[in-house]
Write a protein that binds this ligand. Sequence first.
Ligand SMILES: Nc1ncnc2c1ncn2[C@@H]1O[C@H](COP(=O)(O)OP(=O)(O)OP(=O)(O)O)[C@@H](O)[C@H]1O
Ligand SMILES: [Mg+2]
Length: 260
Amino acid sequence: MIVGGCDIGSTTGKAVIMKDGEIIASTIIPSTTKPEETARMAMDEALKQADLSSIDDLDYIVGTGYGRLKVQFAKENISEISCHARGAHWMSPTVRTVVDIGGQDCKVMSISDEGKVVEFVMNDRCAAGTGRFFEGMARVLHCGLDGISSLENQGAEPSTITSQCSVFAESEVVTLINEGSDLKNIIAGINNSVSGRLNSMVRKVGLVEDVALTGGCAKNAGLAKALEKHLKVSVKQLPHDPQIAGAVGAALIAVEKAAG
Ligand SMILES: Nc1ncnc2c1ncn2[C@@H]1O[C@H](COP(=O)(O)OP(=O)(O)OP(=O)(O)O)[C@@H](O)[C@H]1O
Ligand SMILES: [Mg+2]
């Protein structure tokens, strides 16, 4: 059976094609202003990668993410909360807590042995603690996302960033730069402030190991390290790209739907 999962987020579009339980293609592209086009482009690229000639070669497709209603070729759409949970659980079956940090929101889910969502909390009210927050900070610091993520750049004495609002937090960072604070300590301070927020969200659903990060910000190694300090447990490294977890989950749900 060949199935597809398409996760149209606020920042990127992801498509995954799975054949007999294995990923045979996956793509990540920047979101456009037309979610239906983002979906089509991400899936077309995945079809090419999988050496398939048409979308009709797929037995079932599930759409997810912010733009899931605009995935016109999907037979069904499912919330990204369920999809990230399923995807993370498939990647690493011992995971019981999933922290999805995307471009525009972050969510924490506690999941069952089967990868079903038991409870979740979500922050979609402001950019603080999301990809957009890190992108703003990378711009102010002229260091790129890699600069914020790199383990070498995590200073030993994280600067204190108190503001919960990303706009004010950016002003705080500008002040720290102008006061001559060590850039590595500022970077550590940024990851520290986000992980403090994530820690509170994890505590709300209840911390059960293993904990895994999904979404694009899961690739921020500095954030993962700071979160480990707050949670006082290790973060499980997923064996696949964590950014495609939602699309993988959608493809796994497609298998079930196709089977009826
Ligand atoms: N290599 C990387 N290192 C650090 N951060 C990264 C990296 N690659 C992507 N990101 C971050 O991931 C974010 C996008 O993540 P993702 O694709 O999960 O978002 P999305 O699903 O579109 O958003 P949402 O779920 O909020 O709608 C970007 O904003 C960027 O900050
Ligand atoms: Mg997302």
